[in-house]
Design a protein around this ligand. Sequence first.
Ligand SMILES: NC(=O)c1ccc[n+]([C@@H]2O[C@H](COP(=O)([O-])OP(=O)(O)OC[C@H]3O[C@@H](n4cnc5c(N)ncnc54)[C@H](OP(=O)(O)O)[C@@H]3O)[C@@H](O)[C@H]2O)c1
Length: 306
Amino acid sequence: MPQPADGQILVRNIVMSVDPYMRGRMDDVKSYAPPFEVGAALQGGAVGEVVASTVDTLRPGDTVLHGLGWREYAVLDARHAVRVDPAVAPPGAYLGVLGMTGLTAYAGLLEVAEFKPGDTVFVSGAAGAVGSVVGQIAKLKGAKRVIGSAGSAAKVAHLLDELGFDAAFNYKDGPVREQLAEAAPDGIDVYFDNVGGDHLEAALATINVHGRIAVCGMISLYNNTEPPPAPRNLVQLIKKRITMRGMLVGDHAHLQEQFVTEVGGWLRAGKLRYQETVVHGLANAPEAFLGMLRGENTGKMLVTVD
Ligand SMILES: NC(=O)c1ccc[n+]([C@@H]2O[C@H](COP(=O)([O-])OP(=O)(O)OC[C@H]3O[C@@H](n4cnc5c(N)ncnc54)[C@H](OP(=O)(O)O)[C@@H]3O)[C@@H](O)[C@H]2O)c1
């Protein structure tokens, strides 16, 4: 068992996150996050309990959010851990709806896509951690219509029956372009992209003049070895004067306080719902990660470590 040096804490991990961006860190290329190293433990969001500390600000028994998941115990600099309150929300929520994926949804919709009340919003990956929150925030903020796409009939039913989406479709049932046109007879004003490829092409075809696209993720491409065949209609950017903006959640840290206040309030009031898919045991973490890429999760995919 490693011991914490000066300024460090020892944390026993309770729950960890598996996220799509981790796939990118498995490619040995320059990106916003450095590649994982062969032979070293992977990294990622985790919540755990402090068991030893050399600092006054964090004491044994405190629950902390930090970046050294994929292990049972982590030693880290105390300044890289944030205390969270397990009495306010369960540990896993700080990795999802009240954590990185929740902030991504909040910032992506409100700041990047510049959502306005009355917009019709389309979100792909809609039953996942980010997408499910995007759709609900859009409804809570006065969207005219919220449309989601997901990869199974059960997920479509979840969007319609439990999360309050106005329309939803299974992208495996037929061409996305046709299904989206049917779900959005008056077009869309905002597309929140989690998927890329044919979803982005369909959104470009369906979006209205001066539409806005937040490019959050392109999960349909993460395992590609060839360039994607779609979108083939980028000319629509000119014809419809579309704004399309890539985003990284790390650029939106200034919204953190506002996000926790607003989303925390909706959660307390029962206005925003979230689901988690939980896999038990660190040994099953690789399978949980692969399962998430295959769509086996509804809401946030988490792994309990203890
Ligand atoms: N830019 C940022 O700062 C940022 C931050 C967080 C996340 N993201 C991105 O946001 C997206 C969602 O992340 P998340 O953490 O919320 O994951 P998630 O949606 O909870 O899980 C991934 C989901 O992607 C769907 N999927 C997998 N392959 C697909 C394909 N070929 N076509 C369509 N859907 C597919 C699966 O659902 P189905 O069953 O519906 O296929 C799966 O459940 C990802 O693209 C991720 O990279 C970006």
